[in-house]
Design a protein around this ligand. Structure first.
Ligand code: FAD
Length: 413
């Protein structure tokens, strides 16, 4: 009989298991694959954007979906400073990149993982690999954790840290949701988060790879504006991606439900008002009257976009600037600030960086991560219904909730 069983050796489970064992609990960590932290190894393009330097907890939380407020308590105990101190103490230093993104100085996610694995082992925690948990049953004050090979492990406390549904090849296949539901919890519908958006268009091949450091994108559901974002984006073979799109992918996913049409309005020149853009056109037209409109537009947007933008207005690209009327000029400027593209779908959850949805935060005590429904059952990491933007927010949430779940209650005797 163990004091604590942790299911899932991702970042949240490893942190929970190490913390629990270092506090003196007889702890077992069960992992279904043949090694720990498979998703962690992929994180940040294998460089691991471990957290963000965002100093105030409230600012940090503003980078999460609405339910992110749930993390306030966990962050007050174990936040970015504590996380970095944890790794520095064990010999790994960090560097900060654009947007406050923190990476290990070695640029290797494997260095982060090695420290976590060592932490778990040194704490005295027992680890078993290739052991897929199929069921968790509560018998009085004790949990029976049943593996696929029929082994039964028992403990007074179980921490579910089995991840969400994204990237199932890393081991996270929705098992945690299934068990949480079976034990009486509400699981908010799992949806793909931080992923690309599939557009209806016959010219994506031509636009593939064209990127913007600064574009503004508005999401419309049946002609109603429902969301706006601004930042980096890139056209891809399937549609559109990049940080700003990934951050709105869950909203777009929700919008598609029951909608006749969802479309994106892209402003390619957000730094200029429509009037300023028209004025810039006017100057261009005056200075180079013999220029073709298709060439002139290349001064304003990437060359590869021009043909299709003109086509969308049924505009002859060979027309000279001197022949373009004031009204036409206004229409072209308008198009660069409001280029509409229909959304077909978002990329599947298997390709999403995070799973939105999960175990309802209303049913978890934010101070301990214990279920409010089943005493002795705790949650950590991505299976909880909180999801953040790119920038290190999700890993910090996994580590913080893992730390808190592993540390509470301290005494199980
Ligand atoms: C490509 C990619 C890049 C990312 N980059 C970043 C980044 O740079 N920064 C950032 O903050 N976030 C990033 N994320 C998100 C981040 O990796 C996750 O939020 C984080 O890994 C969640 O940790 P977790 O421990 O909750 O779950 P996971 O990492 O998914 O771990 C869950 C573990 O549970 C195990 N498990 C599942 N079911 C069972 C079972 N039945 N029995 C036993 N074990 C089981 C799994 O095998 C797995 O090892 C990225 C995600 C992806 C996919």
């Amino acid at each position: 009989m163990f004091d604590v069983i942790v299911i899932g050796a991702g970042p949240s489970g490893m942190m929970a298991a190490g913390r629990s064992a270092e506090l003196g609990n007889n702890t077992l960590l069960i992992e279904k694959t043949d090694s720990s932290g498979k998703k962690l190894l992929l994180s940040g393009s294998a460089r691991c954007n471990i957290t963000n330097t965002c100093e105030r907890v409230e600012d940090f939380i503003s980078n999460f979906s609405e339910s992110g407020k749930f993390l306030r308590n966990a962050f007050s105990v174990f936040f970015n400073k504590e996380l970095l101190r944890f790794f520095r103490k064990r010999g790994l230093d960090f560097k900060v990149e654009r947007g406050g993104k923190v990476f290990p100085i070695t640029d290797k996610a494997s260095d982060v993982l090695a420290i976590l694995v060592k932490y778990v082992k040194d704490s005295g925690c027992k680890i078993v690999y290739r052991k897929e948990v199929l069921d968790v049953i509560k018998r009085g004050d004790v949990f029976d954790v049943i593996a696929k090979d029929n082994t039964i492990f028992s403990a007074k406390k179980v921490i579910l840290a089995a991840g969400g549904l994204s990237y199932p090849r890393t081991g996270s296949s929705g098992f945690g949701f299934h068990i949480a539901k079976k034990l009486g919890h509400t699981v908010m519908k799992p949806r793909p988060g931080l992923t690309g958006v599939i557009l209806k268009s016959n010219f994506l091949k031509e636009w593939q790879g064209v990127s913007f450091d600064d574009a503004a994108v508005s999401v419309y559901k049946d002609n109603l504006l429902i969301h706006e974002g601004r930042g980096e984006m890139i056209f891809t073979h399937f549609g559109i991606s990049g940080p700003i799109i990934m951050h709105m992918s869950a909203i777009i996913y929700d919008a598609l439900e029951g909608a006749k049409r969802v479309f994106l309005s892209i402003d390619f020149k957000p730094e200029m008002s429509a009037a300023a853009l028209e004025e810039a056109f006017q100057k261009e037209f005056k200075d180079f009257p013999a220029r073709k409109i298709s060439n002139a537009l290349k001064e304003f947007v990437p060359a590869r976009l021009v043909r299709r933008i003109l086509e969308a207005m049924r505009f002859d690209g060979d027309k000279r600037l001197s022949q373009v009327s004031i009204e036409e000029r206004r229409i072209i400027a308008g198009k660069l600030k409001d280029f509409r593209m229909t959304v077909l779908f978002v990329r599947p959850i298997q390709e999403a960086m995070v799973t939105c949805g999960g175990v309802s935060v209303k049913e978890i005590d934010p101070k301990t991560m214990e279920s409010r429904i089943v005493k002795g059952l705790y949650f950590a990491g991505e299976l909880i219904d909180v999801d953040g933007k790119t920038g290190g927010y999700n890993l910090q949430a996994a580590f913080s909730t893992g730390w808190v779940a592993g540390g509470s209650p301290k005494d199980l005797s």
